[in-house]
Design a protein around this ligand. Structure first.
Ligand SMILES: Nc1ncnc2c1ncn2[C@@H]1O[C@H](COP(=O)(O)OP(=O)(O)OP(=O)(O)O)[C@@H](O)[C@H]1O
Length: 249
């Protein structure tokens, strides 16, 4: 299948390239996780792929539209939650037209999928960080874009909501054949839902490929500089990651 998001020999960064030329491709129905230490260049990659920052070299192509879920969003006005989500329908609403009943129905459906229908009429700015994150994911859901990029979508979420969002990421790819890329600080999330992983390493190095090949103890140690153990459990189909911190308690 043809990739909808394709990166070829890409150089990106703020003035200086952060990595050696980067190449990978995301096909419809696939999920890429992006792992890497703080300040390594995950958000900058998303900014480059969405055109916020110019690429410094190489190429990338994004077919079928792209929708991004940023880490945080501060609307200029006191928008209600349902209006923030409705903004995701912008490219489907003709200039000087009102959103249709279908647009509003899609907003209601997305809020329901994320279990936040009760927040529809609340002022977005008064929500908790985690609730705001769920609203931003709802906005991406209604966009209809082929490519969905999420910047740390679970960073402010409790365990139950992490499962809601990871399940949605899985549904977006497997049921709707969208191409999904998300950044995360939790390598277990990569093992849980990502078919592929891009791991950003020190000294401009990177690894990209199938998650089981990339997310290994050795590579995680290289990425974060701490010992890490991949655990296989008897009654759970996926491996989980445990950092082996040696701290007195
Ligand atoms: N506006 C900017 N101007 C110059 N340098 C920047 C700018 N924004 C980020 N950087 C630098 O680019 C590098 C990559 O930052 P980026 O935000 O992409 O990292 P990240 O992997 O998303 O980090 P985190 O996990 O902490 O969110 C860092 O060294 C950062 O200091």
């Amino acid at each position: 299948m043809t990739a909808s998001l394709s990166v070829s020999e890409l150089l990106y960064g703020h003035g200086q390239p952060l990595f050696s030329p980067l190449s990978f491709a995301c096909q419809p129905g696939k999920i890429w996780a992006v792992l890497g230490a703080n300040g390594r260049g995950k958000s900058t990659l998303l900014d480059t792929l969405t055109g916020v920052l110019p690429a410094l070299g190489g190429q990338f192509s994004v077919d079928g539209g792209v929708s991004v879920v940023p880490q945080s969003f501060r609307p200029a006005f006191a928008w209600q939650v349902q209006d923030v989500v409705l903004m995701g329908r912008a490219r489907h609403v003709a200039l000087f037209s009102q959103p249709s009943a279908d647009d509003r129905q899609q907003v209601a459906k997305a809020l329901s999928q994320l279990n936040i229908s009760a927040l529809a009429q609340q002022n977005f700015g008064t929500l908790s960080g985690g609730q705001q994150q769920l609203v931003m994911i709802a906005r991406a859901l209604v966009s209809g874009s082929q490519n969905i990029l999420l910047d740390e979508p679970c960073s402010a979420l409790d365990l139950a909501n992490q499962q809601v969002v990871l399940q949605l990421i899985s549904d977006l790819a497997h049921r709707q054949q969208r191409s999904v890329l998300f950044t995360t600080h939790d390598p277990t999330h990569a093992l849980q839902v990502a078919s592929h992983t891009l791991m950003l390493l020190p000294e401009g190095k990177w690894l990209a490929g199938e998650t089981d090949d990339v997310v290994t103890d050795r590579h995680l140690h290289q990425a974060y500089g701490v010992p890490v153990r991949t655990l296989t459990l008897d009654d759970y189909p996926r491996q989980v990651i445990a950092p082996l911190f040696s701290i007195e308690r």
